[in-house]
Design a protein around this ligand. Structure first.
Ligand code: 3NM
Length: 213
């Protein structure tokens, strides 16, 4: 799938660990999120996840069938083998994951994203050809990620985005009560886990994250 920065607008991330290890719940949440307007999805089986590879492939296939129906790009977190197994649209890596140079050399036909957290990481990302977008975060405190860095806040988001020469999504602790501050910056999109996995109103949550409400 061709990458466009518009796809970053509401970038939802989830894995079974975000749904109490309930794969059926994960599938239902992703379907609801697609129906209500997310623009990108990342399958991130990490942290406390215990799913074996074969199960990840089975879940990823089901999720990709759903995202395909809605034209939502399907991204895999840090697993080239899984990405290839389901022919996902892209791959996202963090600073301590598979090296970005390896991802770019082996996945040049895919959408490629990299997490960044400070000036050094954004400057280094600026020099990487073949990278489609970066994540900047965590903006606010979050419990959704193990070993998460300290929150950087809105002012640092503005500075890092100004420094970046790739499209960027803001991530980390973004919820309905603080999304307005993030939307007031020029960032291309907003990425969330718990704002969507824990919502009981998908339409309202996703519209608010898009800045429509
Ligand atoms: N990456 P929530 S923060 C997956 O800073 C992830 O790179 C982050 O979850 C980073 O929306 C994060 O529930 C967790 O806070 C985002």
């Amino acid at each position: 799938m061709h990458f466009s920065p518009e796809q970053l607008k509401v970038y939802f991330i989830a894995g079974s660990q975000n749904t109490n290890h309930d794969v059926d719940e994960l599938i239902s949440i992703v379907e609801n999120a697609c129906q209500n307007g997310i623009t990108m999805f990342q399958y991130r089986e990490k942290d406390s996840s215990t799913l074996p590879f074969a199960n990840k492939v089975a879940v990823a296939q089901k999720l990709k069938t759903i995202t395909n129906q809605y034209g939502v790009p399907f991204i895999i977190d840090d697993d080239i083998e899984l990405m290839r197994a389901v022919n996902a649209d892209g791959i996202h890596v963090g600073q301590d994951d598979t090296k970005i140079e390896q991802v770019i050399s082996t996945c040049s036909d895919k959408i490629i994203g990299l997490s960044t957290h400070d000036q050094n990481e954004v400057s280094a990302a600026n020099k990487i050809d073949g990278l489609d977008y970066i994540g900047i975060g965590p903006i606010f405190a979050t419990n959704s990620k193990a070993h998460v860095k300290e929150a950087i806040g809105i002012d640092s988001l503005v500075q890092l985005y100004a420094l970046a020469n790739h499209p960027a999504v803001a991530i980390g602790g973004i919820h309905l009560n603080n999304v307005h501050d993030v939307l007031s910056t020029d960032v291309d999109g907003i990425s969330v886990i718990s704002a969507i996995t824990k919502t009981n109103n998908f339409a309202k949550t996703i519209s608010t994250l898009k800045g429509e409400l």
